[in-house]
Design a protein around this ligand. Sequence first.
Ligand SMILES: C[S@@+](CC[C@H](N)C(=O)[O-])C[C@H]1O[C@@H](n2cnc3c(N)ncnc32)[C@H](O)[C@@H]1O
Length: 362
Amino acid sequence: MATTSSSTVGMGNLSSLLLPSRLGSNSGDRFFHLKATTSRFIPRTIKHAFAAARSIRASSTALVETKPDFVLDEKKLENCKNTLACPICYVPLIYNADSSLSAESAMRPNLQCRNCRKVYSGNDTHLDLTITSGSKGYGEVRPASTELFRFSLVSFLYERGWRQSFSIWGGFPGPEKEFEIIKDYLNPVLGGNIVDASCASGMFSRLFAKSGLFSLVVALDFSETMLQQCSEFIKQEENFPKEKIVLVRADISRLPFASGSVDAVHAGAALHCWPSPSVAVAEISRVLRPGGMFVATTYILDGPFAFVPLLRPLRQNVAQFSGSHIFLSNRELEDLCTACGLVDFKFTRNRMFIMISAMKPK
Ligand SMILES: C[S@@+](CC[C@H](N)C(=O)[O-])C[C@H]1O[C@@H](n2cnc3c(N)ncnc32)[C@H](O)[C@@H]1O
């Protein structure tokens, strides 16, 4: 490793699970329908994963009926003040204590934009700060690289083998080692707040919170099922510092943070999944305070891949088909950061794996 400065699924057709589709709040219903239609044809391990993924959803529902685990208490609210912002207006959200709310809703945070007056609320696991939060009639399909991670099964499998496979094919060092390198890069901003962008089931968000190195961790992802899984993992851990973490559903292209309000953004294995890396990194640059740090990991197809004919035009097709971006050189990532107003680009490589860091100018 080198560090350098510079709807229905046909019977047995499990592949249909991986097709992009619109998933709303009824995604779980479709999931159970799928289980019923395929149950005789799927191996025991997959059945087990289905059952466990169902229990994620079931226990989350049970929580709603008792006491929501996720409440923005006063201390957290104080911590998030001036950071959490309306994804439409980018102005900080204010706490909306509406006495007309039902007892259950009153236990949940209601945050309001002081500009457009839109109210954002949370469920038992996360705050929904997407632009379409609360809309009932409107939905849009995202690229496959976003939709894939909204399936309960994918969220269940993510930390149960999926993420670990990155080490085998890509040279990712694994969460503990990656965390050590991240800490080095983030040294200048330790003690501040951190956004774990596209956190999935919160592998790194949990490490950040438990490390005690940050005042607040925002675990952010577009996938509701990933955030539910993250909440499950947090509940399973004894003495987890819950007061240090907030789970937020948001789109990387429209971050719900005030400009210049974030000390650090980490994005593990996500750059290549974002619909437009440049729009996302520009958003990250917007929310970082002067001197704030961006650290991210992804993979690069260079070395022997440089000899693959037509790789450059081919990646256009991959991007159009899957929404996934293939990076071909370190230089490309440096250009991306520079184009988005970040400086002091550094990187660490191991085979296809790359970790980059860049800073918002002071
Ligand atoms: C491969 S996972 C990375 C998870 C984790 N950070 C890690 O290091 O393993 C990619 C994540 O990007 C998220 N993602 C995809 N499109 C997104 C978007 N538009 N906004 C926010 N997150 C998105 C997915 O939901 C998924 O959880």
